[in-house]
Write a protein that binds this ligand. Structure first.
Ligand SMILES: NC(=O)c1ccc[n+]([C@@H]2O[C@H](COP(=O)([O-])OP(=O)(O)OC[C@H]3O[C@@H](n4cnc5c(N)ncnc54)[C@H](O)[C@@H]3O)[C@@H](O)[C@H]2O)c1
Length: 247
């Protein structure tokens, strides 16, 4: 028996055009799920979905636009059927010092990283609850657990996502719907390329395993949490950071 078999399941992954989201969509798809890839970068999202082949559809939506999100969910359901697995992965991560963060950017980060995850989860979880099965995985960050000198709004948004994971987990636990968070350290994705080569080398030197993660190393854990095998795990936050934070 393959405990990671996801055939017959339908997944939705936000921010799936690039980076970790694309790797998560790939992992879920490889294990047999149908996958709706949701992203605001329409051409790249279409390419990522096409690369997966059958059982994958690209849905264009800006997560900051709540009205569009409801339509995007309806589109996913219309094309693939009810969503069993939701991965809230998309995020904005502008790395700025405290005094350089203006209210517009604060709101933009929270709209994508927290507000969209809350309302998307609520919309999708209603159906999961009614059907008595669901898997929700929120991609948090080590930055939500440990302070860094820049990106306070990003760190606070990820801490909020961890708190939100527990709220949804406790309310949905009796209904067969699990809700967990994964908190990665540095991953080799386009997001990390924005920090520059010197900073990347400096941060890599602080990681006990001596390297940054490949997206597939995080995606494997997400696939496990999405599987039937993980039915007794809920409200957890998984540290996956190469040994930076051990507890
Ligand atoms: N890369 C890292 O080192 C790292 C570390 C810890 C946590 N994370 C988390 O992993 C997740 C994925 O990060 P990544 O490194 O792959 O990022 P990325 O920037 O490489 O990819 C983010 C994806 O989200 C999409 N997206 C962004 N804003 C959107 C919006 N408003 N509407 C729809 N789609 C939107 C982008 O188009 C892109 O496809 C994020 O939650 C991030 O916080 C990343």
């Amino acid at each position: 028996m393959n405990i990671l078999d996801l055939s017959g399941r339908t997944a939705m992954v936000t921010g799936a055009a690039h980076g970790l989201g694309a790797a998560i969509a790939d992992a879920l798809h490889t294990h047999g799920a149908q996958v709706a890839l949701l992203d605001h970068d329409a051409p790249a999202n279409r390419d990522t979905a096409a690369h997966l082949g059958s059982r994958a559809v690209a849905i264009t939506a800006d997560l900051a636009d709540l009205d569009r999100l409801d339509n995007a969910c309806a589109e996913a359901v219309q094309q693939l059927g009810p969503v069993d697995i939701l991965v809230n992965n998309a995020a904005m991560a502008p790395m700025r010092g405290l005094w350089d963060i203006d209210p517009t950017e604060w709101d933009a980060v929270f709209a994508v990283n927290v507000r969209a995850a809350f309302f998307l989860t609520r919309t999708i979880a209603a159906g999961m609850r009614a059907r008595g099965f669901g898997r929700i995985v929120n991609i948090a960050s080590l930055s939500g657990q440990q302070a860094r000198p820049t990106g306070a709004h990003y760190g606070v948004s990820k801490a909020a996502l961890i708190a939100m994971t527990r709220s949804f987990a406790s309310e949905l636990a009796p209904d067969g719907v699990t809700v967990n968070a994964v908190a990665p350290g540095m991953i080799e994705t386009p997001m990390v390329h924005t920090i520059g080569t010197d900073k990347k080398a400096e941060l890599t030197a602080q990681i006990p395993v001596g390297r940054i993660a490949a997206p597939a190393e995080i995606a494997g854990l997400v696939a496990y949490l999405a599987s039937d095998a993980a039915g007794f795990i809920t409200g957890a936050t998984y540290d996956i950071n190469g040994g930076v934070l051990m507890r």
